[in-house]
Design a protein around this ligand. Structure first.
Ligand SMILES: [Zn+2]
Length: 487
């Protein structure tokens, strides 16, 4: 009888990228045999020797795992569906991402034997492991606080090819935590500064520089050649984009994130475990959760989190150890509390689940998904320039200014004439606004204030509302220079 076999995204490279295949058979064993006859490459992906299923592969018949039925001998009925899904990793040992052929292509010279001596003496690394590290190609996306330790430790460990992606330039405010850049690098591209740092650590490393903003139309081309991708970014759009491109290309991704005193690390590899979308199916509305740039972070935290990411990268290259695949390490540096939480694969995940809906990143609207795009039926939020606001205050025009920043942010630059109302309290406290005068909303960068205006509109507030364009950042030199009036 005809049975539909659904193929998990990570196994699709073995079946000409098909999401489902129709085969004939009366039992799971028959069906898998038919599948292998048609697509011989899938055999090594799902079976061990002696035709036993590999430990990380689960087979479901109509949503029930066959281990709960008769295993491979489970009988099928007309209309049944079979799903092949790699299980959550955990028990399975980490296999090296570097093939033996690639390892054998490289050799270590005398100076490398001396340089990597402390790796060579470790039984779990040794010459084989060090050659794998030399053969490896790792892409680090984001050269900020997390990217800094990741890049430096990967370079020091001897990773043969390091790709570095960042479109930004170094600022003075970066130096508190981005230890790969120095005072002399301010205003230089971060890629140039990071390249110098890698060269200084180990000149033999091949460095690929990408001074670009990652988008759906360039990411595939950039990450294609790498074995592992390290996500050191600070925004949701980039995180989903990186995740999706990694899932579609079958690349493992090492994820890191920091906020104030807390950090997270995980390994997402949809071939053997969950992906970022499995854990976070949707981002919070734009502006609701402050980014690390808005919320701040203690300077040492990215060192701890980034080094842990680099450590995960090395284990994936060397092969072995316990991986954070299927787990998330959460570290609270202030209270010294560490937890390792399980992360489950979501069978309904739109990219790595059973019936995916995302087949290529170009077709997915990341801007809209992350709430960064104006909805067509939404009334656009009107902005006001800092100069105009300064002039209106100077003229003593009747105005209400609402500061939606967090208390610690207000402590840095206080807006004396502003009423502080956090976004969460706006709807309830709308009586404090006068609908007959203009209300100007301010935040740090001018993004959360847009969310504030939309929140109030939804709550039914009808008065005129304006967003301070670029937020306090843009107004700093204009408004705060009027010292007499403002401070
Ligand atoms: Zn997923």
């Amino acid at each position: 009888m005809q049975i539909t076999v659904y193929i998990s995204a990570t196994l699709r490279t073995f079946v000409n990228r098909k999401a489902k295949v129709e085969v004939q058979g009366n039992s799971v064993r028959d069906v898998l045999q038919q599948l292998q006859d048609e697509y011989p490459d899938i055999k090594k992906a799902i079976f061990e020797e002696e035709n036993k299923l590999r430990p990380f592969v689960n087979v479901y018949v109509n949503d029930e795992n066959i281990v709960q039925r008769d295993g491979l001998d489970t009988l099928l009925q007309e209309g049944d569906s079979v799903l092949i899904l790699p299980a959550i990793a955990g028990g399975a040992p980490v296999e090296s991402v570097i093939s033996d052929e690639r390892r054998k292509e490289v050799s270590l010279d005398d100076s490398e034997i001396e340089r990597f001596n402390k790796h060579l003496m470790l039984r779990d690394i040794g010459v084989k492991g060090q050659k794998r590290i030399k053969a490896a190609k790792v892409l680090v996306i984001g050269l900020g606080a997390l990217g800094a330790p990741v890049v430096q430790y990967l370079a020091a460990a001897g990773v043969g090819t390091i790709g570095i992606v960042d479109f930004d330039e170094v600022t003075l405010g970066n130096l508190q935590s981005q230890v790969i850049h120095g005072t002399r690098d301010v205003h230089r591209p971060k890629t140039a500064s990071a390249k110098d740092a890698i060269r200084a650590i180990y000149p033999k490393i091949k460095i690929e520089e990408y001074k670009v903003k990652l988008e759906a139309d360039n990411i595939t081309e950039i990450i294609e050649d790498y074995d592992i991708v390290v996500d050191c970014t600070d925004n949701y759009k980039a995180r989903y984009l990186i995740n999706d491109a990694c899932v579609l290309l079958g690349k493992p991704e090492v994820f890191g994130a920091i906020y104030q005193f807390e950090g997270q690390v995980s390994v997402f590899d949809a071939k053997t475990g969950p992906c970022f979308r499995c854990q976070f199916p949707a981002p919070p509305p734009a502006g609701l959760v402050p980014t690390c740039a808005e919320g701040g972070a203690i300077s040492t935290l990215p060192g701890i989190i980034g080094s842990t990411q680099a450590n995960e990268v090395l284990k994936l290259i060397i092969g072995g150890g316990e991986s954070l695949n299927g787990k998330m390490l959460v570290f609270d540096s202030w209270n010294l509390h560490t937890s390792i939480l399980p992360v489950h694969k979501n069978p309904k995940c739109p990219i790595c689940g059973r019936t995916p809906s995302i087949y290529q990143v170009e077709d997915f609207n990341y801007e809209e998904f992350c709430g960064l795009q104006q909805n067509e039926d939404e009334i656009p939020v009107e902005g006001i320039e800092a100069e105009e606001l300064a002039a209106r205050i100077e003229r003593k025009e009747p105005l209400t200014i609402i500061d939606v920043r967090e208390p610690h942010e207000r402590a840095i630059h206080r807006f004396p004439s502003a009423i502080a109302i956090p976004i969460g309290q706006l709807a309830r406290r709308q009586k404090e606004l006068d609908p007959d005068v203009d209300t100007i909303f301010i935040c740090r960068e001018g993004k959360r204030s847009i969310l504030a205006i939309n929140t109030l509109r939804e709550a039914g507030y009808k008065g005129p509302m304006y967003n301070l364009k670029g937020g306090i950042e843009a107004a700093q030199n204009i408004i705060f220079s009027h010292e007499g009036a403002w401070l």
